[in-house]
Write a protein that binds this ligand. Sequence first.
Ligand SMILES: Cc1cc2nc3c(=O)[nH]c(=O)nc-3n(C[C@H](O)[C@H](O)[C@H](O)COP(=O)(O)OP(=O)(O)OC[C@H]3O[C@@H](n4cnc5c(N)ncnc54)[C@H](O)[C@@H]3O)c2cc1C
Length: 390
Amino acid sequence: MEDSQFDVIIVGAGVMGSSTAYQAAKRGLKTLLLEQFDFLHHRGSSHGESRTIRATYIQNHYYPMVMESYKLWKEAQAQVGYNVYFKAQHLDMGPFNDPVVHSVVENCRKHKIPHQLLNHQQVAEKFSGKFNLPANWVGLSTEYGGILKPTKATAMFQTLAYKNGAVLKDNTKVTDIKNDGGVVVFTANGEKFRGKKCVVTVGAWANKLVKRISGVEIPIKPVETHVCYWRIKKGHEGKFVIGGDFPTFASFGKAYVYGTPVLEYPGLIKAAVHGGRLCDPDKRPWGSVVMMNELKEWVEGIFGGVVDSSEPVVKQSCMYSMTPDEDFVIDFLGGEFGKNVVLGVGFSGHGFKMAPVIGKILTQLVVDGETNEVDLKHFRIGRFQMASKI
Ligand SMILES: Cc1cc2nc3c(=O)[nH]c(=O)nc-3n(C[C@H](O)[C@H](O)[C@H](O)COP(=O)(O)OP(=O)(O)OC[C@H]3O[C@@H](n4cnc5c(N)ncnc54)[C@H](O)[C@@H]3O)c2cc1C
C-alpha cells in the first residue's frame, strides 16, 4: 500500500473519523482511514457504553445539526442492520434563574421544539417522583433525547466505511503531513501515503499534530474526565430503565451533571460531572473524579435517597478536547495546505450525537469545498487568537 494514492486520507478513527470515512466512501471517494492505536481502543473520546443525544442547546446552531443527525443515525442503522440509538425523553433542569436554563428554553421556543417547562412539583408528577428538585428549580422536558452506544456506533461507521470500499488501517500513527500539491502522510511505521485531500480527526491530539504539521497552535485542551455509575437501591431498579418514562438528563446547578437511563449495567444509573483536569493525552494521569462531593450530593438529593450516593460502583475514564468557547473546529487548515487539509476537532465533550452530520460536513468540505449543512462561522479556526509560524 506504500505510496498509494487516495482521494482522501482520514487521520484518527474515533467516531468523527469513522463517520467521515463512511460518508466519503459512500460518495465514491477512494478513502483511507488511519488510527494510531487498535481500532475501538479506550484511550480517546469515543469508547464506552452510552452518550446522550438531545436537541436542547444554549447555542442556536446545533439544533439543525442534531435533527439531521437523528435522521442519519437511523439511516446508518438501517444500512448495518443493528441499533446504536435507543429512544428516551430528555429532561434539562436547574435553578429557575440560571441563565443556561433560560437560554435552553429560549432556543426551544425559537426552534419550535415541543417542550414542557415544569416547576419542581410538576417534574415530580411527570416522572413519578424519580426527580426530587429543589423548590426553586425548573425542569424542561422534550421528546428529543436518547442514548447512543459509542463503541458500537464507532464500529458501525467503520464497518459501513469498509463495506463501501474504504481501506482501514490501525496501529498506524501519523507523524507528519506534507503539502505536494495534494498531501503526503507519513507514519511512525515508516510508511507514506499520498492523497488529494486529508481530514484530521485526532480528538485530544489535535494541538500536537496540527502544530507539528503547520506550526499553528489551535487552543484545544485535552481534559481527562470520568463517567460514574451508581447502585440503585433494592426494589427501585425498574424505575430507571430505558424504555420507561425515565429520561436522559442534564442538570445546571453548582455542577453540570448529566446522565442516562439504565441500559448498559442493570441496577446501575449513570450520573457524571461535565468537567475534568487538563492532561497530556500521551501521559494520562488516570486520575480521580473532579467535583466528587458535589456529585454525591446531587445523586443523594435529586434521586431522593433511592440511589446509593456513598461511592460510584463503576468509574470510566475518557478525554474531552475542549475549545475555549466549547464550539467545534470544522475548517480548512489553510496556509500552505489551502483547502487540502480539513480539520474536524475540538468537539468539547458534546460532539458524539452529531457525528453523522459532522462526517457528512467534513466530506462535503473535501469534495465540494463548502457545506450547506451549517454556517461554518461558528467553527472556523480564525475565531481564536493563534500563535502561528506560517
Ligand atoms: C465521558 C464523556 C462523555 C461524553 N458524553 C457525551 C454525550 O453525552 N453526548 C455527546 O454528544 N458527546 C459526548 N461526549 C463527547 C464525544 O464523545 C466526543 O465529542 C467524540 O467522541 C469525539 O470524537 P473524536 O473522533 O473527535 O475523538 P476520539 O474518539 O478521541 O478520536 C480521535 C482518534 O484519533 C486518533 N489519533 C490521534 N492522533 C493520531 C495520529 N497522529 N495518527 C493516527 N491516529 C491518531 C486517536 O487515537 C483517536 O482514536 C462525551 C465524551 C466523554 C469523554
